[in-house]
Design a protein around this ligand. Structure first.
Ligand code: UPG
Length: 458
């Protein structure tokens, strides 16, 4: 029997590459040969951001890194033009992946790829794999609730809640089933992009992906059954396997950053060592920065008013107008976020509620302050604030801005509150940990998947 070989294809964005890289590392640690396919642009960023240089650019931590062109020019700006990246993903990448598989098969005289694991948003990858007779699994890096929202589109149309292009006909909060987080129709994943063309494209893509997913052998979700019981009960096909980063903690530390597009600033960990336990506000908005100047300023002043130490990540480019260097505030471009959140100095996490950040905060037992701005982030915020009750949102003033006083008020509330938020956060963390150890649901699902990969190899 040959060694099983899995090809992993993430959507080419940071919040997708990181969890799929964690998943790849997990598979590699189970003796599976893994090829991770990234765009050339991302591949180069991944290699140059490794915290420990690799002897071989193409094999890192047991994972073979290969790249395909994305058809865009070399500037990062090109990828920020709305619609450019998604167009390349839809119309350029499929042929490149197909050519890559053909090449791999011919170079190794028919070597088997046991399975393609692709991001759930790349439905076409399932079709390419099927064309070569390769088995397939979809990986969802977002909450199960986001997936079932996609699966419920036809019902939303039938119930008269949205039009055929996804536009809401009414503005109201709905629940897809009892126990599901409430969702505002005007904040549906495809609606809150605030751009009609993008809305139409994403909506169409979700419909297409729903179809492609029907033909997959597995639909794995980086989530935890007990965090989202109602969502998992709505679709038995979605299997929780998360949080995926927790599955390989024993692996070599030097490659913890594998998949980051920017080098991690590890000095902030030394700074954290010098802070009082539970005192630091960690603020990070994922890999994009879209905060307006006025909001940024109110946030910065509000944080200063709390007189608490702050660690601020500027990844997307938003430079906080704060007095840096006072010892109270440290600003970094890219932090080792998972390690930061686990540090005893951290008291709360001001987050945009991307699903990876949500899971990382949850598994660290840290309370949240939420500033969601698009896509699935509103659903994740509802989980944090209304379902798990481990965080607070902010009220906006008449200008649509979160004022400095509101920032200070909410941070003081979450950091004091006799530790109620912290206590609940620790409880939720314990639930999560139960799922990733032996006999836990995520652990068992991962095991089943690995066994399936191993036993079906010819
Ligand atoms: O300084 C930093 C900042 C972030 N991260 C990591 O970057 C990832 C960011 O992921 P996420 O929190 O999900 O944010 P986005 O990059 O914005 O993720 C996109 O993808 C997610 C998964 O589909 C969605 O939930 C989000 O809405 C979408 O914006 C996390 O693993 C962080 O640990 C770092 O390592 N260092």
């Amino acid at each position: 029997m040959g060694r099983p070989h899995v090809m992993v294809i993430p959507y080419p964005a940071q919040g997708h590459v990181l969890p799929l890289m964690s998943f790849s590392r997990y598979l590699a640690s189970q003796g599976i040969q893994v090829t991770s396919v990234n765009t050339e642009f991302n591949h180069n960023r991944i290699i140059s951001s490794l915290s420990k240089p690799s002897h071989d650019d193409h094999v890192v931590d047991g994972i073979k890194l290969v790249s395909i062109p994305d058809g865009l020019d070399d500037s990062p700006e090109e990828r920020n033009v709305p619609g450019k990246l998604s167009e390349s993903v839809l119309h350029f990448m499929p042929t490149k992946v197909e050519e890559l598989i053909e090449r791999m098969i011919s170079e190794t005289s028919g070597a088997v790829i046991s399975c393609v694991v692709a991001d759930q948003s790349l439905g076409w990858a399932m079709e390419v794999a099927a064309k070569f007779g390769i088995r397939r699994a979809a990986f969802c890096p977002a909450a199960a609730a986001s997936m079932v929202l996609g699966f419920s589109i036809q019902k939303l149309v039938d119930d008269g809640l949205i039009d055929y292009d996804g536009t809401p006909k009414v503005n109201k909060a709905i629940q897809l089933s009892p126990g599901m987080p409430e969702m505002e129709t005007d904040k549906f994943v495809w609606v809150c992009l605030k751009n009609k063309d993008s809305q139409r494209n994403i909506f169409q893509l979700m419909l297409q992906n729903n179809k492609s997913i029907e033909s997959t052998d597995w639909l794995l979700c980086n989530s935890v059954f007990e965090l989202e019981t109602a969502a998992f009960e709505m679709s038995s096909k979605i299997l929780p396997i998360g949080p995926i980063g927790l599955a390989h903690h024993s692996l070599e530390e030097g490659f913890m950053s594998l998949g980051s597009f920017l080098p991690e600033d590890r000095d902030c960990l030394d700074w954290l060592d010098r802070q009082i336990p539970g005192s630091v506000i960690y603020i990070a908005f994922g890999s994009y920065g879209v905060m307006g100047k006025v909001q940024l300023e109110e946030l910065a002043i509000g944080l200063e008013l709390t007189k608490r130490p702050v660690l601020w990540v500027t990844s997307g480019g938003d430079q906080p107008p704060m007095r840096v260097g006072s010892g109270q505030v440290i600003v970094v471009k890219w932090a080792p976020q998972r390690e930061v959140l686990l540090h005893r100095a951290i008291g709360c996490f001001v987050s945009h509620c991307g699903w990876n950040s949500t899971l990382e905060g949850v598994q660290s037992g840290i309370p949240f302050l939420c500033i969601p701005y698009f896509a699935d982030q509103f659903i994740n915020k509802t989980y944090i604030c209304d379902v798990w009750k481990i965080g607070l949102g902010f009220e906006q003033d008449e200008r649509g801005i979160i004022s400095r006083l509101e920032v200070k008020r909410k941070i003081d509330e979450i950091m004091r509150d006799n530790g109620e938020f912290k206590k609940r956060a620790i409880k939720i963390k314990e639930i999560v940990m139960k799922n990733v150890v032996k006999d836990g649901i995520s652990y068992e699902n991962l095991n089943k998947f690995v066994n399936w990969i191993k036993t079906e190899v010819n």
